[in-house]
Ligand binder design. Structure first.
Ligand SMILES: [Fe+2]
Ligand SMILES: [Fe+2]
Length: 318
């Protein structure tokens, strides 16, 4: 069976206001709404590997919607318009399709190479000299199920590193940035920095689920406990009884304080330089990834990107 060729990608569509065409997309959100005149319409979030775009199906086109729920790939006829300065589609026809190439619909970054990330991961693990921390890392990474998820999961649904391999890309960025701080403060505990950086967000693996096309759902433990606490629970479970208590506490402190503030979901705020370094590096990695996504999503000729609520600003492109 030949796989369906995709015609237009989201990233190009966002730059093509006025374009009409047909292409296939994954439905990641679907909401039924009513207009002020009480007419039903649909708001969709459509995705391919290059990004997400909002789409609307107005009531006079609903008879041309021949199915399609969250998690399905559909072929749509569309026109590209703008709503509040952001490109969105008006869809006039929608039909589910099945003979698809899955990788066309999983968010990915061309410059993120999963195999290279795994090589970089192995180098950092190799650099850890502390027996207990090294054993802990190996206990995770030798677990095949964990390794597969850790090396392929996104770091989240949409805020930052929300693409295939994003969790590992982010974890390695955190370690690299923290290592820059270590170079300036070489009396910090480097093995603790590397281990804390690599493991700080592993709670995300247990916080949410992914279907084969990467659509994210939340687990009960994720919703009730959150990735910060959940991550430390999973780490603590693997820590050997021989690990010195002070080291256990300092590692736990890094994981539990990595969101830096109580109001950002950390139960404690950083009280060690290593925890400060990881919290700082976490924020730097996140902000720079958001800035990169904003630049990738901008249209030719734009002076500024879209506004981003996490950065609290738009970004200048000049
Ligand atoms: Fe986090
Ligand atoms: Fe993080």
């Amino acid at each position: 069976m030949t796989l369906m060729e995709k015609e237009f990608y989201v990233t190009d569509i966002k730059r093509s206001i006025g374009l009409t065409g047909e292409s296939t997309f994954l439905i990641v959100e679907k909401e039924e709404k009513l207009t002020k005149a009480d007419k039903p319409y649909l708001i969709l979030t459509l995705r391919d590997k290059t990004g997400d775009i909002k789409a609307k199906v107005w009531s006079d086109s609903l008879s041309q919607v021949l199915g399609g729920n969250v998690g399905d790939v559909v072929k749509v006829s569309f026109e590209v318009g703008e709503y509040r300065d952001i490109a969105e589609l008006t869809v006039s026809q929608m039909t589910p399709v099945s003979n698809i190439n899955e990788s066309d619909y999983q968010l990915a970054r061309d410059d993120v190479d999963g195999a290279q990330l795994e090589i970089n991961l192995a180098k950092w693990v190799d650099a850890v000299r502390d027996f207990h921390l090294r054993n802990l890392l190996e206990s995770f990474l030798n677990d095949e199920d964990f390794f597969r998820l850790y090396t392929t999961y996104p770091a989240g649904e949409r805020i930052h590193h929300a693409y295939r391999h994003g969790l590992l890309q982010h974890s390695l960025e955190v370690v690299n940035i923290a290592d820059g701080l270590y170079q300036l403060n070489p009396d910090m505990h480097r093995d603790l920095l590397v281990t804390g950086g690599l493991l700080h967000d592993i709670g995300k693996i247990y916080e949410y689920t992914q279907d084969p096309l990467g659509v994210i759902g939340w687990t009960v433990e994720g919703r009730l406990l959150g990735h910060v606490v959940l991550g430390w629970m999973k780490i603590h479970h693997r820590i050997s009884k021989e690990m010195p208590e002070n080291l256990v506490n300092k590692l736990g402190h890094i994981v539990l304080s990595h969101q830096s503030k109580l109001e950002y979901g950390s139960p404690v705020i950083p009280k060690t330089r290593e925890a400060l370094a990881i919290a700082f590096s976490d924020k730097a990695s996140m902000d720079f990834d958001i800035a990169k996504s904003l630049r990738l999503d901008s249209k030719d000729g734009d002076a500024f990107t879209e506004y981003n609520r996490y950065l609290g600003t738009d970004m200048y492109l000049g």
